[in-house]
Design a protein around this ligand. Structure first.
Ligand SMILES: Cc1ncc(COP(=O)(O)O)c(C=O)c1O
Length: 283
């Protein structure tokens, strides 16, 4: 399969077969009925594999999607990742073929999609110099049943990301309709008050990021107090710094939020370095 463009996948496996044609009756297309993981590839191998699989397992259990054999997922992921030195592995589990109507077929024939992409550019600059961030108007949906999962319904983020096209803005922060901070359109957010790390819970809205989990664990190991709590615009106004996390970006310190500038030297540097290190380690 040829390289189409920078952001196009270059290797695709569907149910272990080398092709890129998803049958039109797939429930992922009709209902977003499935889950996905976006995983960093380093040295031709997926990073933080176990954390991604754990979230996928939890999602499959909650949605009632039969999980394929984990060893098969690992083997196919390794095959697709091995085609990229450094890049991105996208793993999608769809509930598979289904008739018209919402009722899920029983038993479902889960479909496995693996795609690898080249590494996104500009990551190092953003990690070093920090990023500019804006506020989004689009609210993040509240739904405790789906909260935390990386399911295929991501229209909140699509609409929020469509709010700006200035390439100097790297990310937008989203709130739910009650004004509670949820996270970035594609990332989790951590506030730093000078002594403690604060981050929103993910039990009503948002995604339980793998790097979010890693950050909370590493912070605790370093003796840094972490508070998972409701945060709002006022909490952001009071924070002396903030950073964003996801599997591909690792950590992006926020240099500017809606016109307010932050001194990146005030952020907990050792913690950020450790998160970066761990997030880029192949399993
Ligand atoms: C909305 C949202 N929140 C959080 C994350 C972070 O998840 P992870 O750390 O597993 O990459 C992502 C990742 O794409 C995301 O899209």
């Amino acid at each position: 399969m040829g390289l189409l463009a920078d952001t196009e996948p270059i290797h695709i496996l569907i149910d272990g077969q080398l092709h890129d044609q998803l049958p039109v009756l797939d429930r992922a297309i009709h209902y977003g009925d499935g889950l996905f993981e976006t995983i960093r590839i380093v040295g031709g191998r997926p990073c933080q594999w176990q954390r991604h699989i754990d979230r996928l397992l939890l999602g499959a259990e909650r949605l009632g999607i039969p999980l394929p054999d984990i060893d098969l997922l690992a083997a196919e992921s390794a095959a697709v990742s091995g085609q990229q030195g450094t890049g991105v592995l996208k793993l999608i589990l769809s509930r598979g073929p289904g008739g018209r109507g919402y009722a899920p077929p029983i038993p479902a024939k889960t479909r496995r999609l693996m795609l690898s992409y080249p590494a996104p550019s500009g990551q190092e600059d953003n990690r070093r110099a920090g990023v500019s961030v804006r506020y989004c108007q689009t609210p993040a949906s509240i739904n405790p049943v789906l909260a935390g999962l990386k399911h295929l319904n991501r229209l909140d983020s699509v609409l929020a990301r469509a709010e700006w096209d200035d390439p100097k803005i790297a990310e937008g922060l989203m709130f739910d309709v009650t004004g509670a901070l949820v996270g970035g359109t594609m990332s989790n957010v951590f506030l730093w008050d000078g002594q403690r790390l604060l981050t929103p819970p993910v039990d009503r809205a948002g995604i339980a990021g793998t790097v979010r989990g890693l950050t909370l664990e590493l912070a605790t190991r370093l003796g840094i107090a972490c508070l998972v709590t409701r945060l709002d615009r006022e909490a952001l106004d009071q924070a002396c710094g903030l950073f964003l996390t996801n599997s591909l970006i690792g950590v992006w310190p926020v240099r500017e939020l809606a016109g307010r500038r932050f001194d990146l030297r005030r952020l907990p540097r050792e913690l950020i370095d450790r998160i970066e290190q761990a997030a880029s380690l192949p399993d």
